[in-house]
Each structure stands twice: as structure tokens, then as C-alpha cells.
Ligand binder design. Structure first.
Ligand SMILES: Nc1ncnc2c1ncn2[C@@H]1O[C@H](COP(=O)(O)OP(=O)(O)OP(=O)(O)O)[C@@H](O)[C@H]1O
Ligand SMILES: O=P(O)(O)OC[C@@]1(O)O[C@H](CO)[C@@H](O)[C@@H]1O
Length: 302
């Protein structure tokens, strides 16, 4: 079974505004609400790709209830731990001449809630996949993903981590199966700005030296690169298309990679399916569907 954990789910309020102006009353042209948070997006795209998963994490208040309801409607099984205080975030995604985002902090999670998560994770079995994705509420220590990996280290799991800075770096000694920073997040770890693919490979290799098994680095409109544990290197520009809504493109890439890997245990298939799932989400209002992903793979000869 695949499990995703989203510590900090959200309702994504995606609005488009023509010529947004700071300091003025702006009116939306379109508005839509989706359940969000990185692990949740991974679960939703996996569902679209034909793979069931179990979404775990924490939720609070009326927004939390709505996230669970929307996931249920999507056909994603979830078992979120309810936090009594505060509400799950509403993250604002503004589409105008540029894309801007305001992401909330999320409710505080108490020791007791973490204990409940550990109880759920103790049910994982050898061969299961665990996706730890997204930010954690501000008040939490940034070694929580590491602690979870340490706790589960006696099991043979495939653990995927999509996080930034210390939250990501701390897990490396526990050999995550896959990490997926974007090029800016990878650069941030080393205090450099990375645009060029060769440089990205160099720094991805440094994360492998520190313990990551496979390193997938997304580069938005410039595609992605992958360094595998068996020494293969893949790089590609994305398929062609018009960007409509890139929220969740990175999560779609993680879901596509996972689906491709599970279907054929082949890194090439995983890489291209990840790449095209990212682009398919970026090219449509909603998250990628299987047909869209396969059509884009076909368009690049994969
Ligand atoms: N403008 C674009 N054109 C084509 N493909 C894109 C574009 N933006 C994203 N993608 C696809 O999605 C993948 C992931 O995108 P990106 O690098 O933006 O991830 P991310 O920064 O983790 O995104 P997010 O945090 O919004 O989920 C890219 O590698 C690419 O395949
Ligand atoms: O604040 P975080 O946890 O880093 O990111 C949260 C978020 O921006 O990530 C998803 C897109 O990747 C959105 O659904 C969600 O709003």
C-alpha cells in the first residue's frame, strides 16, 4: 500500500484576477477550491493514474472537514488525525500576470497527535511506500521527518521525501528511496543558485553522497533531471504545452514517478511518467489525468 503524510493540508483557493493591482480592490475572474498540501496532491494524482493510496496527516476545524470531504469525493481514502485547536490552512494561489501564492502556517500539532501518527505508521509493512511531503507547522521541529524514518528503519519501506531545507537534509542519513527538490530548493541547501542542468547534476550527486538513493530535481519549464542509485542519469526538457495552473506540478511529478516505478520497476519509465505528470498538471486547470499523462509521453516519444 502507498501512504502519503501531509502534516499541513490546505484548501487551495485558486483565483485568477486580470491585471492584479497591489493596494486596490481587485475582483476575481475565476475562483475554485481544491484540497491541497503536497501529500494530498500526490494521493489525488495517484488516484487519477489508477493507484490507490491512503492519505494520512493532521486536520483541524471546518477547513479540515472540507478537505476530508473533497478527498472522499475524489475517491481517496484518508485517515487524518483531528487537531482540536485552530483550522487547517487556506492557501491563496493568485493567477494574474504572474503566479503568486500565500501559504498559511497551519495549526499547532501536539505530542499526543504525533503519538497517534506513529501508531498509524506502525501498521506499515515491508514493501509499503511512504510519501512524506510538504511543510510542517512553524512550531514543529524540523527533524520530524527524520524521526519518522528512524522509527521505521527496521522495515523495508520505500520512503519518498518532498521537503525543503533542514526538513529534507536531516533525512538523508536514513536513505530515502527518492527525494524531489526543485533546482532552487537544491541550490538553497548549498547556498548557491542553480539554473544549468550540469550544475544540478553535480549538486544532486552531493545529496546522493549524503545518503539519498534516487534524486529527482524538477526545474519547472526547464524539465527535470534524475540521478539513480544504480548510476543512471536522465535529463529532459518538458513536453510542449500552455501552462494553465502549475500548482501541484511537483507533487504530480512525484505521483507520476511512483506510478511509473511501481508499474514497471524501471527508472526510465518512472522519470518520463513523472515529467509528463508534472507537465500535464501544469497544462490543465485540474491535476493530471492518466490519459493526459500518456498523451504527453507519446508526444515526446516515450
Ligand atoms: N512551465 C512548465 N512547462 C512545462 N512543464 C512544467 C512547467 N512547470 C512545471 N512543469 C512540469 O512539472 C514538473 C515539476 O514542476 P516544478 O519544478 O515547478 O515543481 P515544484 O517546484 O515542486 O512545484 P510545486 O511546488 O508548485 O508543486 C517539471 O519538472 C515539469 O515536468
Ligand atoms: O506550504 P507547503 O506545505 O510547502 O506547500 C503547500 C502547497 O503550496 O503545496 C501544494 C502544491 O505543491 C499546494 O496544494 C499547497 O497549497
Amino acid at each position: 500500500m502507498i501512504y502519503t503524510v501531509t502534516f499541513n493540508p490546505s484548501l487551495d483557493y485558486i483565483v485568477s484576477v486580470d491585471d492584479f493591482m497591489l493596494g486596490r480592490v481587485n475582483r476575481t475572474r475565476t475562483e475554485i477550491i481544491y484540497p491541497g498540501g503536497k501529500g494530498i496532491n500526490v494521493s489525488m494524482v495517484l488516484k487519477n493514474l489508477g493507484h490507490d493510496s491512503h492519505a494520512l496527516g493532521f486536520m483541524a476545524g471546518f477547513t479540515g472537514q472540507e478537505i476530508v470531504r473533497l478527498l472522499d469525493e475524489w475517491g481517496v481514502r484518508s485517515d487524518f488525525i483531528r487537531v482540536e485547536q485552530g483550522i487547517s490552512r487556506i492557501n491563496v494561489k493568485l493567477r494574474s500576470n504572474e503566479e503568486s501564492e500565500i501559504n498559511g502556517q497551519g495549526p499547532a500539532i501536539a505530542e499526543e497527535h504525533i503519538r497517534q501518527l506513529y501508531q498509524q505508521l506502525d501498521r506499515l509493512e515491508d514493501g509499503d511506500v511512504l510519501v512524506l511531503a510538504g511543510s510542517i507547522p512553524d512550531v514543529m521541529p524540523d527533524d520530524i521527518y527524520m524521526d519518522i524514518m528512524k522509527h521505521l528503519s527496521s522495515k523495508k519501506l520505500h520512503i519518498i521525501v518532498d521537503a525543503t531545507r533542514d526538513l529534507l537534509v536531516n533525512v538523508l542519513p536514513y536513505h530515502p528511496f527518492l527525494i524531489k527538490p526543485n533546482n532552487h530548493e537544491l541550490g538553497e541547501v548549498f547556498g548557491v543558485e542553480l539554473e544549468d542542468k550540469e550544475e544540478v547534476f553535480t549538486y544532486a550527486a552531493k545529496l546522493q553522497e549524503r545518503g539519498a538513493r534516487n534524486v529527482l530535481v524538477s526545474m519547472a519549464g526547464d524539465g527535470a533531471v534524475l540521478l539513480t542509485e544504480d548510476g543512471q542519469r536522465f535529463e529532459s526538457m518538458p513536453p510542449k504545452g500552455k501552462v494553465v495552473n502549475s500548482v501541484g506540478a511537483g507533487d504530480s511529478m512525484v505521483a507520476g514517478f511512483l506510478a511509473g516505478y511501481m508499474e514497471e520497476h524501471d527508472y526510465a519509465k518512472a522519470f518520463y511518467m513523472g515529467l509528463c505528470a508534472g507537465s500535464a498538471s501544469a497544462f490543465s486547470e485540474e491535476l493530471a489525468t492518466r490519459d493526459e499523462v500518456l498523451a504527453l509521453m507519446h508526444s515526446i516519444g516515450k
